[in-house]
Design a protein around this ligand. Structure first.
Ligand SMILES: *Cc1c(COP(=O)(O)O)cnc(C)c1O
Length: 429
């Protein structure tokens, strides 16, 4: 399988170039050159497969012969070693729990698959692969955990001093081994700019075999397609779900569209955002008008210029009408989100995190117009990752903190303090 750039369909690269270099030089995003629906033989047995087995068939269909079956099978088996259950919380309303991985957010799917794929693709290279990543929260933890002790790789994480939650910081700074945490005297934007500056130096990039682990990497999207299949088959035979997706950079929704292109029957997509509503506005008036992001309590969705929008446009051949026939967009503010967290708890007993709560609101809006639908809302992270907000709304002690998060509190933080200067990173290469 070859991959093309959304900015230049003539430009073709192989899987290694697409995954290790992440971005084409023309600033587009990589897409598989063709997406063929899964064959009849798959649909005869998909309901009985394990999640990794399902994942293997889906990944194989996208990647073709880019990886040998045996290699792909072991990457999927090792990466997806946790479940993604669907829980019914009310009539016509289901939650797809994507927080059963090691760092309690859906980003574990993408990061774990990417880490193993990168390690395989670079196993014969002379120099070690160095992953540089800037984080404002969930991505750094998922990437650190995914690459931890993976041979031939190391990770350098930049995070803004005082800019991540206490538990998120522990997820970045307590692993050791091949994971180095740099605490930057600056903002998240500064961290991102520092990473970018080092990538623009192509000699440096090649010399140190630098790669990036952010969500524009195609290898992070592929495993996210798995759980749409896994969720759809948990509904009764013949029921086509409406997927409701709390969105920021729109990687999750794009992975869903890939699943649909592979033949998964989906009735409709609902893109749910907080007040950073660039895509819902585009869907309503056809005008793409990105804005600087505004902070909210669903902070992983605080994105004003969603990076995966380029892939969405590409999949719909830049046809606004076609996109809005398949995807609806809807946005909610923090007061509505808090109210939804509270109401879901009171009415169903389910504890939903601020991101999932935006999804619940969007599902309710959809069901008002289309009451016979079956909705599946993606719960993108465990509520304990947002403890201050959850306890403000539901009261102290209202959220169980899973052991793997709670035990981090007692581990010692190890981070190097650095100034806001791209050259400071060189000391650690
Ligand atoms: C990253 C993230 C999102 C946004 O996902 P996108 O794929 O960027 O749209 C939503 N919720 C949580 C908890 C996240 O960590």
């Amino acid at each position: 399988m070859q991959f093309y750039s959304t900015n230049n369909p003539e430009l073709r690269v192989d899987l290694k170039e697409a995954v290790i270099r992440s971005l084409p030089a023309d600033n587009g995003l990589y897409m598989p050159e063709s997406i063929t629906p899964l064959p009849q033989s798959f649909w005869e047995s998909w309901r009985d497969m394990s999640l990794p087995e399902l994942g293997f068939h889906v990944a194989k269909q996208i990647l073709g012969d880019s990886l040998e079956d045996e290699v792909l099978r072991s990457i999927v088996n090792e990466a997806i070693n946790f479940d993604a259950p669907v829980v019914k919380i009310a009539e016509h309303t289901h939650v797809l729990e994507l927080f059963h991985g090691p760092t309690l957010a859906f980003k574990d799917f993408g990061a774990r698959f990417m880490a193993r794929t990168m390690a395989h693709l670079t196993q014969d290279d002379d120099s070690m692969l160095t992953v540089l990543v800037a984080t404002s929260g969930d991505t750094g933890g998922a990437v650190a955990s995914a690459f931890h002790k993976v041979e031939g790789t190391r990770v350098i994480i930049l995070y803004p001093k005082g800019g991540v939650s206490a538990l998120q910081e522990k997820q970045l700074t307590t692993l050791g081994h091949n994971i180095t945490a740099l605490e930057v005297d600056g903002s998240f934007d500064d961290c991102q700019a520092m990473v970018k500056a080092n990538f623009l130096d192509r000699d440096l990039m090649l010399k140190h075999n630098l790669t990036s682990a952010n969500s524009i990497n195609i290898s992070r999207l592929i495993p996210q397609a798995f759980y749409y299949f896994n969720a759809a088959r948990q509904l009764p035979d013949g029921v086509e779900p409406v997927f409701v997706i709390p969105s920021g950079n729109f990687g999750n929704l794009t992975a869903g569209l890939l699943a649909q292109s592979l033949g998964l029957p989906v009735r409709h997509w609902v893109a749910a955002t907080n007040i950073n509503d660039t895509v819902p506005r585009y869907l309503s008036d056809g005008n793409y008008d990105p804005q600087p992001s505004t902070p909210t309590i669903s902070n992983a969705m605080d994105v004003g210029a969603p990076s995966n929008f380029a892939r969405m446009k590409d999949l719909f051949e830049d046809n606004w009408e076609a996109m809005r026939e398949n995807i609806s967009g809807v946005a909610f503010d923090d007061d509505e989100t808090r109210e939804a967290i509270k109401r879901v708890k009171e009415e169903t007993g389910y504890t939903i995190d601020p991101h999932g709560a935006v999804g619940v609101l969007a599902a309710e809006a959809w069901l008002q117009a289309s009451p016979e639908s079956e909705t599946i809302i993606l719960e993108t992270a465990h509520p304990s990752k947002f403890l201050p907000t959850m306890e403000e709304v539901l009261g102290k002690g209202s959220v169980d903190v899973p052991e793997r998060l709670a035990e981090l509190a007692d581990l010692e933080k190890v981070a190097h303090s650095i100034n806001n200067d791209p050259k400071e990173i060189l000391k650690f290469l």
